[in-house]
Design a protein around this ligand. Structure first.
Ligand code: WT7
Length: 637
């Protein structure tokens, strides 16, 4: 199996080994897996190209490492525990053996529909077991899954289907979320109006919503799997064959299809899951993320299942039927490890203690957070009221691009500190670099967070745009992977993540490019131009503040235009990208060369315009005064 760290001495020893001889370190971890053929070389790399190959020459299939490797020992133990949106509906439980059979059946279904190794399969599904089954079925036959979060709009879905050139889409009639139903199939229908290359749509019946099935294109899931065999030989994959594409936002342009490959991702998610959550056989592990984001890929599906763990998948939302739902689920299933986002914690704090005090949370052993910096107040609340002072908190820093957790305490082993992700995991070599490309060594430093050596879980490219991959991550700082985050290393050598230093904002743990939101706003016919920045928001972490220049106002006046701008963003991206504040302004602060000075807008949105920094290049100072006068937050001058 995968080596597990048991003590602080063990961590120090493993870390040192991983830095002095990374290849030997990772070769040893890889030993625990099932390979058709061992690799020829452990690592070949070059950050200039960049070109990164882990376990090159190795042959394997990731699903054999979930199933065949474990079936004799844990075949009859639960793999997937599914908790439905409605607490009165029955829980579904699939053992490893049952999940294996479902995966094979669906793999055979895909094969029959002519899906071949390397083909991309778009998945737009709610949080139901069939989503996991679909992903693993793709992996079984070597198809590349591209899961699209079921909160994205038709327009975003269509962009992703086209970019990945998927010919098949998997969806459901609808998805339950609290007391609402998301009309997934209708959204797919709308998206496919602009995707002429999609040949088949498989539809799982979940909500019994009235939908339209397109003759010759759409097939019901239950019909499609009828009569399929429960055995499907695993496709032999090269270590560096693509496993999946997952889109994420960047500081410019359209979303990037982050590509992860087979062996490195497998080794890295398995290793980090076991160690970061200190999972023990028989534990019940619950990650509240949606599988549409990387957290769900790595730490609901692959990491846990590769370790033979029991992974709980929750269909619903934290606030329905009431704000105690997470704790009811923890109590009902006796959850041992619980992993969520700071924004969820903050929203539950705001909803009061009455949903927590009489819940039995005694099964909990480890608490985790991910997605954004956790403020000290939320950290203490989580520690005191959920962990009841007995559970270490793992503040896990990582990214879609890193595949798995990079910096995190090992619970019970590395002492925690509120709002610090603490120390790098074995194999990870973080560095802090200043604006002049200089590495800041020693402790008590602050700057740009980079990684100076490859790790197996790292992304290999951006789908269809390797040059963008190079430019985004490997060109800012010489020979380093640049994360886009700022970080501090304190006097103990502990890392604290300070947030993004680029034009990416983090809203309720959702990563959004300001340029993306601006494009959506600018699609509104009355908008001339706009600039979007983040501002501190007590629950969401960051809120979205849009400064918008309009030509004329429609009949609805200012309120009307604000409403219709929000609609435009909902239609172009999804409801989670809707601006919180929209200020109509006479103009934007620009340099003489026409560049928007976002720094000024950020200061206004943060409520402190007392020191705007160097404004000598500013074209029109009066515009700034007008913006401050009309600001939607109190601004100190
Ligand atoms: C960005 C990556 C990785 C899973 C979820 C987000 C921020 C992530 C932390 C943390 C402070 C964090 C960073 C990062 N972030 N974890 N523990 N503390 N910030 O994945 O959507 O790719 O976003 O989320 O800014 O760059 P993602």
């Amino acid at each position: 199996m995968v080596p597990k760290i048991h003590s602080l001495g063990g961590y120090i020893h493993e870390y040192q080994k991983s830095v002095t001889n990374p290849e030997a370190f990772w070769a040893e971890v890889a030993e625990g897996f099932y390979w058709h053929k061992r690799c020829d070389t452990v690592l070949e790399w070059d950050f200039k190209g960049p070109s990164i190959k882990w376990f090159a020459g190795g042959k394997l299939n990731i699903t054999e490492n979930i199933f065949e490797r474990n079936l004799y020992t844990i075949g009859n133990q639960p793999a997937l525990i599914w908790e439905p949106n409605n607490p009165n509906e029955k829980t579904r439980l699939l053992t490893y053996f049952e999940l294996y059979k479902e995966v094979n059946k669906f793999a055979n279904t895909l094969k029959q529909l002519n899906v071949k190794k390397g083909d991309r399969v778009a998945i737009y599904m709610p949080m139901i077991p069939e989503l996991t089954i679909a992903m693993l079925a793709c992996a079984r036959i070597g198809a590349v899954h591209s899961v699209v979060f079921a909160g994205f709009s038709a327009n975003s879905l269509s962009d992703r289907i086209i970019d990945a050139d998927a010919k098949i889409v998997l969806t459901a009639d609808g998805g339950f979320r609290g007391d609402k139903i998301t009309p997934l199939k209708n959204i797919v229908d709308e998206a496919l109006e602009t995707c002429p290359d999609v040949e088949k749509v498989i539809v799982y019946q979940r909500t019994n919503s009235k939908i339209n099935m397109v003759e010759g294109r759409d097939i019901w899931w239950h019909k499609a799997i009828e009569g399929m065999l429960e055995e499907c030989p695993a496709e032999e994959m090269d270590a560096e064959d693509n496993l999946f594409i997952l889109y994420t936002s960047g500081s410019t342009g359209k979303p990037k299809g982050i590509v992860h490959t087979t062996a490195g991702y497998m080794v890295y998610t398995a290793y980090t899951f076991l160690n970061v959550f200190q999972y023990n056989a028989g534990d019940v592990y619950f990650c509240t993320a949606d599988i549409g984001w990387v957290t769900g890929h790595s730490y609901i599906v692959y990491g846990p299942l590769l370790n033979g763990a029991q992974t709980l998948m929750f269909e619903g939302i934290p606030t329905w039927p009431d704000a105690g739902r997470f704790w009811d689920v923890v109590d009902k299933h006796k959850v041992n490890q619980f992993y969520t986002a700071p924004t969820a914690i903050r929203s539950l704090i705001a909803l009061g203690m009455e949903h927590i005090t009489n819940k039995d949370l005694s099964s909990l052993k480890v608490l985790g957070t991910v997605g954004e910096p956790i403020n000290e107040e939320a950290w203490h609340w989580y520690h005191d009221h959920i962990g009841r002072n007995r559970c270490p908190i793992v503040d896990t820093w990582w990214q879609t691009e890193t595949g798995g957790v990079m910096i995190s305490p090992i619970p019970g082993i590395i002492p925690t500190k509120p709002s610090f992700a603490t120390l790098p995991l074995p194999g990870i070599q973080p560095v802090i670099v200043n604006g002049d490309n200089k590495e800041l060594t020693g402790n008590s430093v602050k700057g740009n967070l980079c990684i100076k050596f490859p790790w197996p879980g790292m992304a290999r490219t951006i789908w269809g745009d390797h040059e963008r991959f190079r430019k985004t991550y490997f060109s800012t700082f010489k020979n380093l992977y640049f994360t886009g985050d700022g970080a501090q290393r304190d006097e103990d050598g502990y890392y604290r993540i300070l947030g993004r230093v680029d034009d990416v904002i983090n809203v309720s743990g959702h990563r959004l490019g300001t340029a993306e939101i601006e494009n959506a706003i600018n699609s509104h016919p009355l908008v001339n131009e706009s600039a979007v920045v983040g501002y501190p928001h007590s629950i969401k972490g960051q809120g979205i503040y849009a400064f918008v220049v309009c030509g004329e106002l429609s009949t609805g006046g200012e309120e009307g235009i604000r409403k219709s701008i929000k609609m435009a963003v909902t239609n172009m991206i999804g409801p989670f990208a809707r601006p919180d504040l929209i200020q109509l302004v006479p103009g934007l602060p620009k340099t003489r060369s026409g560049k928007i000075m976002r720094r000024i807008l950020r200061k206004v949105a943060e409520g402190d315009a007392s020191n705007l920094g160097d404004i000598t290049t500013l074209l029109d100072e009066e515009v700034v005064d007008k913006i401050i006068d009309g600001a939607l937050v109190p601004v100190k001058r």
